[in-house]
Design a protein around this ligand. Structure first.
Ligand code: PEP
Ligand code: MG
Length: 575
């Protein structure tokens, strides 16, 4: 038995047979070529062949795992065909008459060194994507197909690899796959994303494990703690089986709870909704597993496009999600693009501080025709269900008024054209900035509801980039300023008799749910997998007690002191 420490990638535990997966490294020598054009032609052929395979992988993944997991193959195809990226290598072949695989390898190493030095873990992972694509092209130029293809397994297995490319993960037989351990890769790697999609554990950064285990040996992994144990002893196996049984029971219980109403022991009822916003969430949405959709992101409609999506195209998507919701509330958020999300056809300017720049409602109010197309589609869809419209990133009352004026304009146009729409659609806003928090008394008079977007609110309140690893210790929803902001927003909203939801990640933070409930939050919106847990927690709570508890937590001096209180309360509730 030997224990390897890594990082928690995807939560859960698994036990199974280790299957070692390794990329065949291809040695590349410098050669001189007599016909440079012929060498470049050889490269183009390989690019085309690899692109066809990536198209195939995209289609299979889309079918097996959905849009989110499939997207990566589109990105790989873009890298594989990026003339700008390969122009230096091609030029060297022309000028120096050297082999293309050597030139590509050198270009790749140079670029990867640059990415590896970056602070941002997300960017480092993107460097790994470039490396994967280049290695695949190099392997093909040398007549090697880099990985073996998909095998069918009959017993539970756990993949152990130095690193896994997205193509590797897709080629795996998912039926008996129980988890992943990799030596390389961060918590945003593709193995982790896939593991989360499949609901299985993953451990990353477990150095030494690949050399330390034989193929077929038994392995235990714990993706919650971030460790792996080879050849586990009887005691560990028994512990695992016992905990697995408990976890399975809980999972079943939570599935049941998701279908019930969320009412505290003393009768306060709140809504627990889901966040949605890709083509899968409209196709697979079942209304009985939540109280509605608290945030329907519309960015996906504009992504992977070469031009603005038409009114009809948008109408079809909104209509479908409303019809599937069986009369439950659906809050559709208007386009929140810009910031970290860029689209070529929109020709957005390069910005020094994109998160403080031209994004969301700012962009929509500037590109009125584009915005009006979305508003018209929303208005027309309203007749198919219980829809609410929400504007993102509002910081002034002027913005809210301008957005509502455009909505009225769109409605007048439809009226003149004889097209149907509801006239009483609630219109709300996201509270994502300190500006909106401080103005929430005024905003509450002109909005029909609020939804607190903690993902951004934490970032803007604590001046902490949500993507920067170095400052993540500051990026927490338990920050007392953030919690005080939440309290103020709820008070101001309730003074004007409008409801307040929360659709940032904090809404499903189990330690925080009692505080949010105690502060009077009316709606919690989160990833579907957490609805049952949160409902279960709410149903075991007493609202009156939580009101005092919330005040006590917010009155602490430090985050650590507040967290101690939260942990103690959670431990007490578990008894
Ligand atoms: C938020 O900011 O909390 C939010 C839900 O919006 P997004 O994560 O899409 O920025
Ligand atoms: Mg946001």
């Amino acid at each position: 038995m030997r224990r390897y420490e890594g990082l928690p990638g995807a939560e859960g535990q698994a036990l199974g047979k280790a299957v070692l997966t390794e990329t065949k490294e291809c040695t590349v020598f410098l050669r001189s070529v007599s016909d440079a054009e012929e060498e470049i032609e050889r490269f183009k052929k390989v690019q085309a062949e690899y692109s066809r395979e990536l198209d195939g992988l995209y289609e299979t993944t889309l079918e097996d795992l959905g849009q989110d997991s499939a997207e990566i193959f589109k990105a790989y195809k873009m890298i594989a065909n990026d003339d700008y990226f390969f122009q230096n290598a091609v030029q060297r072949v022309r000028e120096e008459h050297i082999n293309i695989d050597y030139a590509v390898r050198q270009e790749m190493e140079k670029t990867c060194r640059m990415f590896a030095a970056m602070e941002d873990i997300y960017m480092r992972e993107r460097g790994a994507d470039i490396e994967n694509v280049c290695n695949e092209l190099i392997a093909r130029l040398n007549g090697v197909s880099s990985r073996e293809s998909r095998k069918e397994w009959e017993e539970p297995f756990i993949i152990v690899a130095r690193d896994l490319t997205p193509a590797d993960t897709v080629r795996l037989d998912k039926n008996c796959l129980r988890g992943f351990v990799t030596e390389k890769g961060g918590v945003t790697s593709h193995a982790v994303i896939l593991a989360k999609t499949l609901g299985i554990p993953a451990v990353v950064g477990a150095s030494g494990i690949f050399e330390g285990i034989r193929d077929g040996e038994c392995i235990y992994i714990n993706g919650t703690e971030g460790c792996a144990v080879t050849d586990p002893d009887e005691a560990l196996r028994e512990k695992y089986l016992k905990e697995k049984e408990q976890a399975d029971r809980k999972k079943k219980h939570f599935l049941e709870m998701a279908k019930r109403r969320a009412v505290t022991l003393d009768g306060r009822e709140v809504s627990v909704c889901i966040n949605a916003g890709d083509s899968d969430s409209t196709e697979d949405f079942h209304a009985d597993v939540c109280d509605g959709i608290g945030l329907f992101r519309t960015e996906f409609l504009y992504m992977n496009e070469t031009e603005y999506p038409s009114e009809e195209k948008q109408l079809a998507v909104y209509r479908k999600v409303l019809e599937r919701s069986e009369g439950k509330e659906v809050i559709i958020r208007t386009l929140d693009i810009g910031g970290d999300k860029q689209l070529d056809y929109m020709e957005l300017p390069r910005e020094d501080n994109p998160f403080l720049g031209y994004r969301a409602i700012r962009l929509c109010l500037d590109r009125k025709e584009m915005f009006k197309t979305q508003l018209r589609a929303l208005l027309r869809a309203s007749v198919y269900g219980n829809m609410k419209i929400m504007f993102p990133m509002i910081v002034t009352l002027e913005e809210l008024r301008a957005a509502k004026a455009l909505l009225r304009e769109a409605a007048d146009e439809l009226q003149a054209e004889g097209k149907k729409y509801k006239t009483d659609i609630p219109v709300g806003i996201m509270i994502e900035t300190p500006a909106a928090v401080l103005l929430s008394d005024k905003l509450a008079r002109e909005a029909d509801f609020f939804s607190i977007g903690t993902n951004d609110l934490i970032q803007y309140t604590t001046a902490t980039d949500r993507m920067n690893e170095k400052v993540q210790y500051l990026y927490t929803s338990r920050n007392l300023s953030v919690l005080r902001a939440v309290r103020l927003v709820i008070q101001n909203a309730h003074n004007e008799h409008i409801p307040v939801g929360m659709c940032g990640e904090a809404a499903s933070d189990e330690l925080l749910v009692p505080v949010l409930l105690g502060l009077g939050l009316d709606e919690f919106s989160m990833v579907p997998a957490r609805v049952g847990r949160v409902k279960s927690l709410i149903c075991r709570s007493e609202y009156k007690k939580l009101k005092d508890f919330a005040e006590k937590v917010l009155d602490q001096d430090t985050i650590a002191a507040a967290e101690n209180l939260l942990r103690a309360a959670a431990a007490e509730a578990e008894k």
